[in-house]
Ligand binder design. Structure first.
Ligand SMILES: [Zn+2]
Length: 343
């Protein structure tokens, strides 16, 4: 409600010159699923899904606001040009969903807007499950879940939307607090027991290497790296960190024949990306890397090009006026100032 009230109160017309600086040099949007509205999704996964119509509205709003669409990989060159006065918008899509090609690519093509899809090698190669998708599928079909989170076997009823979201959040907490590989393996094992194959689900949902090779024939499409297994990088040791980052660059190069220059940190929030990870992405040779720490591209963002902010196009707020509010940069300024926390 607070987010809604805050974003409703801000629009470009009310922004004024005082706030114009907040908009910086533009912004990078994060998307995940782009697909027609699904009626039954847990709260957490609803956030990660927007409709093709809303994507189109967001693009129109950006163009109307005077932002220039740009491929993410071209950002360093443009922003380092001191004569350049443009403000830019880059569209990025994480995790490599099939719906990106089916529903988002035609919208990007209609407006000639470049886009970057960040892919995780373990998903492309069907060797790693997506725990949030496994849970979504499991919760959609079960009426109760039996699981041991560490205090013995417990039974959770999941027969209403609210109960499904509650149990989803309990599993997300379990992932965050356990060894992530082990937690994912436990969820996989439980899903299999219920007759659900987590890797078939990855195959249903995400693009494989052949799909990516086809997709990049579209000059608007770029592929970036998004780790090997989508673990929280802050929680792995130095060797694994290096392997997750550099290994995923090698993998993308194998899929499309071109080494990616861009990387997106899995999860991307502050508890998943720190100074060590930012340095590791730079050491692996990426010219830029994106987080999901919310904010605009400020004039000095190239001082740390492997620590760029992104703004999530949130499935819960699929309204033009929210996009207009985000483009002002004001919600992020207010947040920095410790005032109303709108995001
Ligand atoms: Zn991701």
């Amino acid at each position: 409600m607070l987010i809604r009230a805050g974003l409703e109160g801000i629009s470009l017309t009310h922004a004024g010159a005082f706030w114009r600086k907040a908009a910086g040099r533009g912004l990078i949007f994060t998307l995940h699923h782009v697909r027609p509205a699904a009626p039954q999704l847990t709260q957490a996964n609803m956030l990660l899904t927007v409709t093709p119509a809303f994507l189109e509205q967001a693009i129109q709003t950006c163009l109307k606001a005077g932002l220039t669409p740009l491929a993410l990989r071209d950002l360093p060159e443009r922003l380092s040009d001191t004569r350049d006065r443009h403000t830019y918008v880059c569209f990025t899509l994480d995790d490599g969903y099939r719906d990106n090609e089916r529903f988002a690519a035609p919208v990007f093509q209609k407006y000639a807007v470049p886009y970057t899809i960040f892919v995780t090698a373990g998903f492309v190669e069907r060797t790693r499950s997506m725990w949030w998708e496994t849970l979504e599928a499991l919760l959609a079909r079960e009426r109760a879940v039996d699981f041991d989170f560490g205090d013995g076997l417990q039974r959770f009823r999941v027969d209403t939307a609210a109960r499904k979201s509650f149990v989803f959040d309990r599993f997300a907490e379990f992932i965050e607090q356990s060894d992530e590989d082990e937690a994912v393996a436990r969820i996989d094992a439980y899903a299999r027991k219920c007759g659900l194959d987590p890797l078939s689900l990855v195959d249903d949902l995400t693009l494989d290497a052949n799909d990516l090779a086809r997709l990049v024939r579209d000059p608007l499409a770029q592929i970036g790296a998004h780790s090997m297994t989508h673990v929280n990088l802050k929680r792995v040791d130095d060797d694994r960190l290096k392997q997750e980052i550099a290994g995923s660059a090698d993998a993308v190069e194998r899929y499309i024949g071109v080494r990616p220059s861009t990387f997106a940190y899995p999860y991307g929030f502050a508890s998943a990306v720190g100074a060590r990870e930012i340095r590791a992405a730079e050491d692996a040779g990426f010219s830029l890397a994106v987080t999901n720490k919310p904010g605009m591209l400020q004039a000095d963002c190239l001082n740390q090009p492997t620590n760029l902010n992104r703004v999530s196009l949130n499935g819960t707020y699929q309204r033009k006026r929210y996009v207009e509010a985000l483009l002002t940069g004001i919600p992020f300024k207010l947040r920095e100032a410790g005032g109303a926390n709108l995001l």
